[in-house]
Design a protein around this ligand. Structure first.
Ligand code: ZZB
Length: 258
């Protein structure tokens, strides 16, 4: 799986994370790195999601930068030469996911320059970097989670202002308009992020509609089909030093028939 690793620079740590980070990162800039398959949607980022029960590390990428990802992702990055020295990893600090909530970070290419880290129940520790950038216009999971957070901020232990940014239209499709995630959440009668079966179906439809029938309605490639814009946005982010290619190795073969 070929992801784009999106570098979301920390602007202001939450007090809990700040306490764990103190003095441990040297002069490095620290980034949460989100793994995405939809670089063309980055204009619509409104926040970032982590799993509150997932363990994250702050890993030195080099003398200037450090990345907040799972250990598993850091290992993959080291083998891909993203983290130097190649094949080696240096963990500077450890951050339980819950401590990251409320941290303010930059959202590269987004109409919202700065966004907050929020909790999502369905973040998998075994996929990508364990960090997910949220685009509620084009991801049903992100949209529904945002609704859940707004409905029950105390339950999720967030300040309501952290979830205040509304979805921004990024892609137009003939069937679902310019906020496809909201349209599908409604159509499939999804009520919460716990409706994982319907959300999986909504995601499938969203991927297909966006890719085959979507047109960009924002950004440098406005007016172009998503199919063409996708890699152009990706390349522009990489060129700007705001992203890098990150490959997820195929699942290891654990058994095979003779
Ligand atoms: C931004 C984005 C915008 C995404 C969108 C999707 C969509 P897949 O197809 O199942 O591999 N993601 C990445 N890592 C994780 C994780 N550890 N746990 C849960 N979700 C994760 O899913 C790849 C997408 O799932 C990634 O692309 C990321 O969200 C999320 F408009 O990044 B995406 C219709 C989807 N739209």
């Amino acid at each position: 799986q070929e992801y784009t690793g999106v570098k979301m620079e920390v602007v202001q740590w939450s007090p809990e994370a700040e306490a764990l980070i103190s003095n441990k990162v040297g002069n490095r800039k620290v980034f949460l790195v989100a793994a995405t398959l939809r670089p063309e949607t980055m204009y619509g980022q409104t926040n970032c999601f982590v799993g509150t029960g997932i363990k994250y590390g702050v890993f030195a990428a080099n003398d200037q930068e450090a990345y907040v990802v799972t250990l598993r992702a850091a290992r993959n990055m080291a083998f891909q030469g993203i983290i130097t020295p190649r094949g080696n990893i240096e963990k500077l600090a450890e951050l339980p996911g819950a401590t990251l909530i409320g941290t303010k970070i930059k959202a590269p290419f987004s109409v919202n320059p700065e966004v907050y880290v929020l909790p999502m129940e369905n973040v998998l520790a075994t996929k990508g970097t364990g960090v997910v950038t949220s685009v509620p216009s084009d991801s049903p999971d992100d949209y529904q989670t945002l609704l859940d957070l707004r409905k029950k901020p105390e339950f999720y232990k967030i300040d309501p202002s952290w979830a205040a940014l509304d979805p921004t239209p990024v892609i137009e499709t003939p069937t679902y308009g310019n906020l496809i995630a909201a349209a599908l959440v409604k159509k499939l009668k999804i009520q919460s992020q716990k409706d994982t079966k319907q959300l999986a179906e909504a995601k499938e439809i969203t991927y297909k509609e966006g890719f085959y029938n979507g047109t960009m309605i924002i950004g440098e490639f406005k007016g172009e089909p998503v199919q063409e814009a996708k890699n152009k946005v990706r390349d522009a982010m990489i060129k700007a030093g705001l992203a890098f290619p990150y490959a997820e190795p195929e699942a290891m073969v654990t058994s095979r028939s003779a």
